[in-house]
Design a protein around this ligand. Sequence first.
Ligand code: BG6
Length: 516
Amino acid sequence: MTLIQVPKEKAPQAHPNVMIIFGAGGDLTSRKLIPALFHLCKDHLLPDSFAVLGVDRLELDDNGFREHLVEQIRDHLGETFDGEVWNRLAQRTHYLQGNIDDPAMYLRLCERLTRIDAERSTEGNYLFYMAVPPRLFGGITSNLGAVGLTTETEDDWRRVIIEKPFGTDLESAIALNRTLHETLNEGQIYRIDHYLGKESVQNIMVFRFANGFIEPLWNRHHIDHVQITVAESVGVEHRGGYYDTAGALRDMIPNHLLVLLGFLAMEPPNSFESQAVREEVNKVLDAIQPMTPEQVLTHAVRGQYGEGIMPNGDKVPAYRTSPGVDPASRTETYAAMKLSMDNWRWAGVPFYLRTGKRLPAQYTEVAIQFKRAPFVMFKDTEVEAIAPDHLVLRIQPNEGIQMSFGAKIPGPSMRVGTVNMDFNYADYFGNEPATGYETLIYDCMNGDATLFKHADTVEKGWEIVQSIMDVWSALPPRDFPNYAAGTWGPKAAGDLLKNDGRLWRRIATPEATNQG
Ligand code: BG6
């Protein structure tokens, strides 16, 4: 195969600003945010007039904070750590020790920012990053508001990035949006869903709208159904306390899986302006019919893993024995569902979604199954039995696109086999290390909200799953655990498709040896 290496685009530097991280001593800062800034710094995408200010309770000064970070990011970046790049970033990294519940701390924050601003010429632009639990978002923003730090003028901007979960159901999401809107305009709020930071997710739009041959096929006339799989082989690790109150449905579907679905099903936006893209995604979410309680019983499946053996031979314990998890927990670690859309393009095309922990592979893909050709001329040959054509968008790992279709097996008789055409991102664009946060942070610095969620999008996501959450909480599961770790989920998930005369696609990853 001839490989064409496509050079990376040379993007301009971001606007001058100070990025203030609340929760600077936490995991997110050292695992994602600082490595993302490191990569931006390496690519010269951070402006010269830039500083980071970490805020946390830890008793540290600027140097202490830099030392605290460097140890951790060395671990995270491994061989890609580069001392010269780190020094450039470290020189612009500062620290403020304080309690984020204390209103007096925000006066000190003001003074500190005024000083940094003068030293670094950051033009009074502040990006506040909430790397803290969601219950603290409201308090921090109102404290910032009280000292005038959320007030923009014609010459400077103030933006706030918040992380999921955006509420725990529709009601709490509405309440959170209301609280944020007390201090901030919607245009100042950047809600991160890290799936929107993945190149392969953004590529769904490019693949669909930049290639003339795809769009004519992308509708109910040619597509039989769509499967979205977000499989995780990991368990809940050290997050049992959070996960046990959330579960697979809340944790993954209204956010990450609906991001994928939105880009797959949207109409072409008039432009790639944030407003235009978000409107089209919202129309898709509006077209998804919330399930009636009866439909929840037949169209949605939940599961929890018991102990089992992973494809690599590791024996893993049941979810209920994970640290922080109730030993009698009824929280689902697997969710699958069939969604339908009431619109012109997708009427009658089911979208099947599945996600779960401790499945046999760490793998995310979207599979489009096309309608079968009318097999008239192949009547009474083996050809009738061939697999339907698929287009698979591999989101992670090994980002790429695969098309499988029938081809004649050489020989005198008419025999058809399934063959694959495969495109791997890395073959063309190389394999640059990235956390997924680089583009999002860079976009926020430039005021581009296309890859962030509007309040409406978040609420629409919750509306879609609310009926499922209502039925599931009213009827606690009686059969948990109902799938063994290392298998593809409960039997009912297979039945969900079998009842429609379909099958989940066999995931062909090296570790995935069995398909339930
Ligand atoms: C997070 C969920 O939002 O996404 C986790 O809280 C999940 O439970 C993670 O593991 C999956 O993200 P990724 O990028 O590994 O697919």
